[in-house]
Design a protein around this ligand. Sequence first.
Ligand SMILES: Nc1nc2c(ncn2[C@@H]2O[C@H](COP(=O)(O)OP(=O)(O)OP(=O)(O)O)[C@@H](O)[C@H]2O)c(=O)[nH]1
Length: 374
Amino acid sequence: MPDASTSTVAPAPAAGRSAAAAQRLRVGQFLLASVLMGAHVVFVISIGTWTEVPAVPLWSWAAVTVATYVAFYVALRSGWSERLRDPSMTQHQVVASLVFAGVSYLFLGPVRGLLPGAMLVVVCFGMFKLRVRTVLGVALLGWLVLAAAVGLHLALAPPPVDPTLDLAHLFAAFVMFMAVGLLAGRLSRIRARLTAQREQLNEALARIEALAHRDALTGLFNRRFADEVLLQAVQRQRRQPHPPLCVAIVDLDHFKRVNDRHGHAVGDAVLCAFAKVGLATLRNTDTLARWGGEEFLLILQASDLMAAELALERLRTAVAAQPLALDGGDTLPYAFSAGLTAWRPGDALAHLLERADRALYQAKAEGRNRVVTL
Ligand SMILES: Nc1nc2c(ncn2[C@@H]2O[C@H](COP(=O)(O)OP(=O)(O)OP(=O)(O)O)[C@@H](O)[C@H]2O)c(=O)[nH]1
């Protein structure tokens, strides 16, 4: 439905997802991360039980991990996270996951070498959302937790201790984490470029839509848009005749003379001055459009003929009170004639316009600078 007000600009297209869709996406991403973390917890408990890791630290680790994920879920679903700068809590989730994963190095016995790879997946989760510095920061934190777990593992291991494998894990984890951090930098630059391009496209689209509805000279709605508004108003009138609909064709008087005496530029300035006075004088539920040349169409929705006549008289008085200021201090008075009519049951759009046109013709014939109602 076109915007029928005289003063509003065509609305820009919706620029982003709705809040509900964004929330759904956050919860979806969180559930995916939870499934992966859940699988990790099951894996660690299985390996830990199999390798006879003491039950208390193993199950405590699992309980704290699960409780933390439940807390994240509640924070997301309840909307509490909306108060945070990042309502998806990506950074919090990545940090928590890296800490829990890092600690699990202590429980994985002979398969602990798999852990740096699993932690890398967590860091990768962050790189789509977080800034480079943050990704590098959380990756380093994850690595430090892993390093502490490796240190503790070596300290607790019965002698003789061979640290080669564990230090190799640590080295590989450092290289992989930092590499992903650097890749995150590239990704973040691409993301920033895409965001800027999307904003530019949205702005361009809004401008194009506005231009498609507007007359280039006066800034009023153009004939195409007025046609759409009028057609929809007539269709609505057919379904529901009340409140009434009035239409006026407004034509500037002796406009050819203005052009001939003062030049086309002054003629253009008169058209713009009329548009300005019209926008300032009419209600913003009325639609004033340039119909062509020095002719304008005024659609008054929810106005009966008496109200419409008053509106046009108000416009006539305003136009008379504000002649165009010319260079050199002179002023150029101008006036208009208007043919006004109201929609009648059975009227098609063409009937309405034809009656308004006849009324305008009569106004011109009766001496101009007046409103005739038919
Ligand atoms: N400056 C300017 N003139 C325009 C524009 N569009 C149409 N015109 C002029 O408007 C004038 C209209 O002249 P006519 O149709 O003879 O009407 P009029 O002189 O206003 O006479 P009445 O309508 O009978 O009062 C023509 O001279 C057109 O060239 C425009 O965008 N800018």
